[in-house]
Ligand binder design. Structure first.
Ligand code: SD4
Length: 328
């Protein structure tokens, strides 16, 4: 069975997969298109604001602003381009690509990344939408419900006060996020992570996200960090991760998965290695890893979610596959 070329990505982000697959198939004739496939596939999600967790107008931070994290990694050269906390630019992964192709650096952050993007010709504009403003207002309004906060801030003047000044923001963030995740049934974490492999086993992996809900301004997740959000090595394969980035980035689950495949594990087991390592230390963690070997065999593992859908296109398959249910 022919498994290559292939495009695989997290969640039900089918439109991104379809576009990447179309680009990749144009590679027949020797032109390597895996980079275009991953970058333009993830760009599709940024434009569609997939699940409102990719692209502009989602996951507003404490100041009401949306910032973007993205990365692209080339498994043949081991080059990486990434942006973190990118402000006022919608095309996060295209800017990450510019970091890869036009600099000797790996990652640019914040306002300076915006300056770089503008120098590369990207338009700067607000990433706030009426919807993200509403999300932010609801979040801040919720912080003013005296009952919810009375255990955290016994003084009703503080718990129900104006949003500024900000008392112990970390505590508030954790409490509010826990409550939100309960309400949403863990719908918080929806980064796009995509892997494209051509017929010669050339690999690119990439990610794009607007990060986590209810974050302090300046927070960066796992997605732009090589080995955490994604990793690719033509000699072995690639992996991408999605989930609670604050925890995941401490364990580099994508690197763990690739190294497990290098050690001989099949992809599904390799993906599990990353998840299990995190679980040893964080029982309440929510996340998933997809792993693909250089021949196009793939597998995934998830924890803390009912199911983890992902999308695959290859000569053998063009469908949405569902991973096994959560591990115990
Ligand atoms: C982050 N990992 O910034 C991202 C969020 C996410 O699926 O949704 N991942 O933590």
């Amino acid at each position: 069975e022919l498994l290559l070329p292939m495009v695989i990505n997290t969640w039900n982000f089918t439109a991104a997969n379809v576009l990447a697959w179309r680009i990749l198939k144009q590679s027949q004739g020797g032109l390597r298109q895996t980079r275009n496939a991953v970058v333009e596939g993830c760009t599709k999600c940024e434009k569609l604001q997939c699940d409102r967790t990719v692209g502009f107008g989602g996951s507003p931070d404490e100041n009401g602003e949306t910032t973007l994290d993205a990365m692209v990694m080339d498994g043949s050269t081991m080059d990486v381009g990434a942006v973190a906390g990118l402000r006022r630019i919608k095309d996060a992964i295209r800017v990450a690509r510019c970091v890869l192709e036009h600099t000797h650096h790996t990652m640019l952050v914040g306002d300076a990344a915006t300056d770089f993007a503008e120098a590369m010709g990207f338009e700067s504009e607000s990433l706030v939408t009426p919807e993200s403003k509403e999300m932010w207002q609801q979040w801040t309004a919720r912080n003013c419900q005296p009952n919810f906060w009375k255990n955290v801030y016994p003084d009703p003047q503080i718990s129900c006060g104006p949003y500024n000044p900000k008392p112990t923001p970390l505590t508030r963030w954790k409490e509010d996020r826990a409550r939100h995740e309960y309400e949403m049934g863990h719908k918080n974490h929806d980064t796009i992570g995509m892997i494209a492999i051509d017929a010669e086993s050339n690999i690119h992996a990439g990610t794009s996200t607007n990060g986590a809900l209810h974050k302090i301004a300046g927070r960066v997740g796992d997605s732009p960090i090589p080995g955490a959000g994604a990793y690719a090595d033509n000699e072995v394969g690639a992996a991408v991760a999605t989930g609670d980035g604050d925890v995941m980035m401490r364990f580099l689950p994508s690197l763990l998965a690739v190294e497990a495949m290098r050690g001989g594990k099949p992809p599904a087991e390799a993906a599990e290695v990353g998840i299990r390592r995190i679980l040893k230390h964080h029982k309440d963690f929510v996340g998933a890893v997809i792993a693909v070997d250089r021949l196009g065999n793939y597998g995934a593992a998830c924890y803390g979610m009912q199911e983890f859908p992902f999308v695959v296109s290859s000569p053998a398959k063009n469908r949405t596959a569902k991973d096994r249910p959560r591990h115990k």
